[in-house]
Design a protein around this ligand. Structure first.
Ligand SMILES: [Zn+2]
Length: 461
């Protein structure tokens, strides 16, 4: 199965428009780590892929954490002397510090001031602020808006609730031939922020649509969860079965015009790390592969030492490295259809590596098999052999049962897709056979060739 071949044949810009439209549909929703915003978001994802939503009650202990109270908000504003709304939640949900406790009061500017947050360097942007684990309230506004506030009394209202309820997350499981899993995780807890949150949700949903109903080697599990506490909650509830996860990706910040950045798993040399690095090397102009660090997105939880799962994080511009990060400027204009489509394409290419990275055995290892009489070689001597034929020779030479196709692709410098096509063709020609997938098998580079004597090969024919 080749996902790339199943991808929508339309132009990337057109596919990207659709991804962007979905992000735009999710954009106005006021999400948080709990509450109706994330439920609405999951309901829209559920219209596209089979999603199970899970509700975990407030107070549930999850490792060193506790599921917090549920937060919901209907309205919020600061009104000036004339009764007009100077800061209005209905204009932008970023205006309220996420998880603000309810407030109804009239107060002088001096008292309101400590609850106001701005970005002086970008005086037109609204910052995104949260206070999940410490009860507080606040408003976020543009610096220019704040400068315009005169001394006097202001009517302040945050019509929110912070009560016992649930933490909600969504899980989409697509069974494959093996119960070994690929985990795709994205956070769904940011309000109107496009790159940080919605780009990952849109691409992961499209990836789920692409995989649905296909004959897959691995089973796939998509998580749409609140950041940090959601990943910790999921891990706590699935502690016994996370061993099934063979590969995983956290998808986030993949809609901006920046080049790809891949942050490796804590293991550093997991198959997913090598697969993404390989695709980036061949498909992108100046991608960056970053070593693991214990700060970032939910790979922090999946790669905590107790789990140490083979899960990396795919981004374009890295969190915190661009001025729009966590501000109102991370809006629908900041993410581009072309980039969203490119990210979907890249993910499909990576999954193609995982789905097709197997070991093979050359059934004719004594000398090169005569490819010409099988119509697998150039017809005229003297011409250069080209990439396809070169790939056949590489696959035949290294398919001793020890090297995987990804090992061969890395060693030859030939794209995985070409190597994989060659393997398929050689199998059809009876020159190769698949070596059954051994769980936790060593990488071929550490392994040894598997031919001990000619009779072994004869008997395996
Ligand atoms: Zn964020």
């Amino acid at each position: 199965m080749r996902l790339l071949k199943e991808l929508d044949p339309r132009e990337p810009a057109e596919i990207g428009q659709e991804l962007h439209r979905f992000a735009a549909q999710l954009y106005p929703i006021c999400r948080s780590i709990t509450g109706n915003g994330i439920r609405k978001t999951l309901a829209l994802i559920q219209n596209r892929i089979p999603l199970q939503t899970v509700e975990v009650p407030t107070g549930t202990p999850v490792f060193d954490w506790t599921v917090p109270k549920e937060w919901n908000i209907r309205d919020a504003y600061i009104k000036g002397r004339g009764g007009q709304r100077i800061v209005d939640f209905q204009q932008s949900n970023l205006h309220v510090m996420n998880y603000s406790t309810p407030v109804r009061a009239t107060m002088p500017l001096s008292q309101l001031r400590p609850h106001l947050f701005t970005i002086p360097e970008h005086p037109d942007w609204i910052p995104y602020r949260t206070s999940y684990y410490q009860e507080n309230w606040g408003f976020c506004l543009s610096h220019n808006q704040m400068l315009a506030l005169e001394n006097g009394d202001y009517e302040v209202c945050i019509d929110s609730t912070l009560e016992d309820g649930h933490l909600t997350y969504g899980e989409c499981y697509l069974p494959g031939r093996s119960t070994d899993e690929v985990l795709i995780s994205c956070h769904a807890c940011h309000p109107s922020l496009a790159n940080d949150n919605l780009s990952g949700l849109a691409v992961a949903t499209a990836l789920g649509e692409l995989l649905s109903g296909r004959d897959l080697r691995y089973s796939y599990r998509f998580l749409f969860i609140p950041g940090t506490i959601g990943a910790i909650t999921w891990l706590a509830r699935n502690r016994e079965t996370v061993g099934r996860i063979r590969h995983g990706l956290v998808l986030t910040g993949i809609g901006d015009v920046g080049e790809f950045h891949y942050k490796k798993s804590r293991m550093g040399n997991a198959e997913i790390d090598r697969a993404v690095a390989h695709i980036l090397r061949h498909d992108c102009e100046s991608p960056a592969v970053l070593e693991f660090s214990p700060y970032g997105y939910d790979e922090r939880q999946y790669c905590s030492p107790g789990f140490n799962l083979p899960i990396g994080c795919l981004m374009r511009s890295v969190w915190g490295s661009f001025p729009e990060y966590h501000t109102s400027a991370d809006n629908l204009d900041f993410i581009k259809p072309q980039q969203l489509a490119g990210s979907l394409h890249l993910c499909a290419a990576v999954l193609d590596v995982l789905e097709n990275n197997q070991r093979y055995r050359n059934l004719n290892p004594y000398g090169e098999p005569q490819l010409g009489r099988r119509d697998l070689y150039r017809s005229m001597g003297g011409e250069s052999i080209g990439l396809e034929i070169s790939a056949r020779l590489w696959v035949l030479n290294f398919s001793d049962g020890g090297y995987s196709l990804l090992d061969i692709a890395e060693r030859s410098g030939i794209p995985f897709s070409v190597i994989s096509d060659a393997a398929q063709l050689l199998c059809q020609s009876g020159l190769l056979s698949v070596v059954p997938d051994e769980r936790a098998s060593k990488t071929a580079l550490e392994g040894t060739p598997h031919y001990s004597n000619p009779t072994e090969v004869t008997s395996s024919r």
